[in-house]
Design a protein. Structure first.
Lengths: 504, 129
């Protein structure tokens, strides 16, 4: 408890409050604009970490992450174009509500639901982070290795429309991570001295997220403008409150665990929440025509999962979403290794972050409820100007990573890779997780084998590792059964739609 | 012969349209409504919704006017209006004009000014009442 109060002390300094405010404003903005997600925003802002204190930077980044989840709902509801993939479900009911003149109520239930879920999620983090960290400290290298394999497996197999595409993306990421001489011998350097230090993660993230997206948009520049639904002040009637509060809580219950699992992501819980609300609703006939429950539940779920994602990130150093991956890179750039020791070695940082999440949430509610029509105006920004700015900051960020012109060449190559991935429907998340976790996994593997003096059986010598492998086996089995039965699970279908919608 | 009107769904476009419709009624000429956008932002206030365009067309046709609507994504809005006037052999282009500060004009340009300077026929500038 004292630690939490100390955390508030860190978070409430004027400087950190300012960074939290900048974070939530930026986060809402990038959430509103389709195609520009919190992951891209963080990648562009990574150079900020060179000049700002670690607590301020991470507080700002968390604000962007939470803000992106709020902002995404605005475009889903008003435009039927989700700002990011976790808002796809919101678009189904939210846009129907808006079309029938209930845009204000849809925006209100999304914002208040996000606040409720975000707050509950943050409180759960306060309780769980210290407890989980205590357990995790006892894990050895074999267990770590197993958990990382599970994370790779999960982001590749569970999410995304095609497992083959997921694996292609994952191995591209692992290959990029291999470049360099960190293990003593040169790997994939092609005799080029400038590749000896490996490819900076900043360059990879900026290239794939920012340059790739900018090229993709440039290839689809002139489009018929979308028809936006005008909206006034968001508000809810007593009946709306009554129909919303249960879906908020149920959405939170779905979102947090899914965010916290290495198989995380916000898409699956939003879908589950939607399906549950459809089943439990007293107005099932309204679903598909604009049911408020169908907005309240998924919006709560995606915010709760954003909170849940921070649990493995802070305790294991394990990112489960693209945004969390970039946050990990940011922390690492300060020479801090996120992992089980983080809570002991950097209590001020961790508790400051956990306290600031509550503040960010409150700020988001304040800036989102009254200002929703204002945020919608961001959509009028002409794309050439917007993406010119993004390209400028992308190039600047990649260059300042090492002040090497060679990095700019790499940036262009990776940007073209990002464009090709979007063109051929390869998911970006496995690649970025591969780049970031690849070296960490290799480290754990070498450590485990060094301790056991080359005995491979050490990899399944710890109970946690055995359990993790068993879980993976069960997942594989379930998938195989699904394939044999020819039953297509509904989740991949939605993510496919998600890509289509987000890339529109 | 025909009259081309540069239309946008706001009071400036409305003023231009009303004036052009009045002239078309009096002279019994064709009315060509041009509503175009660059299509480079996700939302463009000055690009009318399809439903509104259909309603507008129906309303004017109901009065017995011959109405053609050009509702397109183009490279340049002013060029599109001038090109429409050339193709339709228009005798007149009607545009709504708004007040722009010099800085605003520098940043945003002025479609009306470009039409006035580039058109090959007389241009009538209309201000909302």
């Amino acid at each position: 408890m004292d630690l939490l109060l100390d955390g508030f002390q860190t978070a409430l300094t004027p400087e950190n409050l300012l960074f939290a405010l900048i974070g939530v404003l930026l986060g809402t903005a990038v959430g509103v604009l389709p195609g520009i997600g919190p992951a891209m925003a963080l990648a562009l802002l990574l150079p900020v970490t060179y000049s700002v204190g670690v607590d301020s930077a991470i507080i700002m980044f968390a604000g962007i992450y939470y803000g992106g989840m709020y902002g995404g709902s605005t475009t889903s509801i008003l435009l039927n174009t989700p700002g990011e993939s976790s808002s796809v479900i919101t678009a189904i009911e939210g846009n129907k509500m808006a079309k029938s003149g209930r845009a204000a109520q849809a925006l209100a239930t999304a914002a208040i639901g996000s606040f409720v879920a975000g707050t509950i999620g943050t409180v759960l983090l306060w309780i769980l982070v210290p407890r989980v960290a205590d357990v995790v400290v006892t894990l050895g290298a074999p267990s770590y290795f197993a958990v990382m394999v599970l994370a790779f497996f999960a982001v590749t197999m569970v999410l995304g429309s095609s497992k083959l595409r997921g694996f292609i993306s994952l191995f591209l990421g692992l290959a990029i991570a291999l470049v360099g001489t960190s293990t003593g011998q040169a790997r994939l350097t092609f005799g080029n001295a400038q590749l000896a230090d490996g490819i900076d993660v900043v360059v990879v993230a900026v290239g794939i997220f920012a340059i790739g997206e900018a090229l993709w948009v440039a290839a689809h520049l002139r489009r018929k403008p979308l028809e936006i639904i005008p909206v006034g002040q968001p508000w809810m009637s007593r009946a709306d409150w009554k129909r919303s509060w249960k879906p908020w809580l149920r959405g939170t219950a779905f979102g947090f665990p899914f965010g916290a699992l290495p198989a995380g992501g916000a898409e699956v819980p939003t879908f589950l929440s939607y399906a549950t609300e459809q089943k439990l609703s007293k107005h099932p006939e309204e679903f598909g025509k604009g049911a408020i429950e169908g907005v309240a539940g998924p919006e709560a779920a995606n915010n709760a999962s954003a909170a849940g994602t921070l649990l493995p990130l802070l305790t294991l150093g394990l990112p489960t979403t693209a945004t969390a991956s970039i946050m990990l890179v940011a922390v690492q750039s300060y020479g801090i290794q996120p992992g089980p020791q983080l809570l002991d070695s950097e209590p001020k940082l961790v508790w400051g972050l956990l306290a600031s999440l509550v503040i960010a949430n409150a700020l988001l509610l304040v800036i989102n409820l009254p200002m929703a029509p204002l945020w919608a105006r961001l959509l009028q920004i002409p794309r050439p100007q917007l993406y010119a700015g993004i390209l400028f900051f992308a190039t600047l960020g990649a260059y300042t990573a090492n002040f090497a012109a060679f990095d700019l060449l790499l940036l262009v190559v990776l940007g073209l890779l990002g464009l090709a991935m979007r063109r051929f429907g390869l998911p970006v998340l496995p690649l970025i997780v591969g780049v970031i976790l690849g070296p960490a996994m290799e480290l754990q593997l070498t450590q485990a084998l060094q301790i056991s003096q080359g005995d491979v059986s050490t990899l399944w010598s710890e109970p946690v590792a055995v359990v993790v492998y068993a879980v993976m086996g069960l997942m594989l089995l379930a998938m195989a059964v699904g394939v044999v039965r020819g039953k297509k699970s509904p989740v991949p279908a939605t993510t496919e739609d998600a890509e289509e919608l987000v890339n529109r | 012969m025909s009259i081309v009107v540069a239309y946008s769904p706001d009071r400036f476009g409305q003023a231009a349209l009303e004036h052009a419709a009045g002239l078309a009624r009096k002279d019994r000429t064709r009315l060509v409504v041009v509503n175009a956008t660059l299509g480079n932002s996700l939302v463009d206030d000055r690009f009318a919704h399809d439903a509104d365009i259909a309603a507008l067309q129906e309303e004017l046709s109901a009065e017995g006017l011959e109405v053609v609507v050009r509702h397109d994504v183009v490279d340049d809005v002013a060029d599109a209006v001038v090109a429409a006037a050339d193709e339709e052999k228009a005798e007149l282009i009607v545009v709504g004009i708004r007040h722009r500060t010099p800085v605003g004009k520098l940043l945003l340009g002025s479609v009306a000014q470009r039409i006035i300077l580039d058109a090959h026929c007389p241009v009538l500038a209309v201000k909302p009442a």
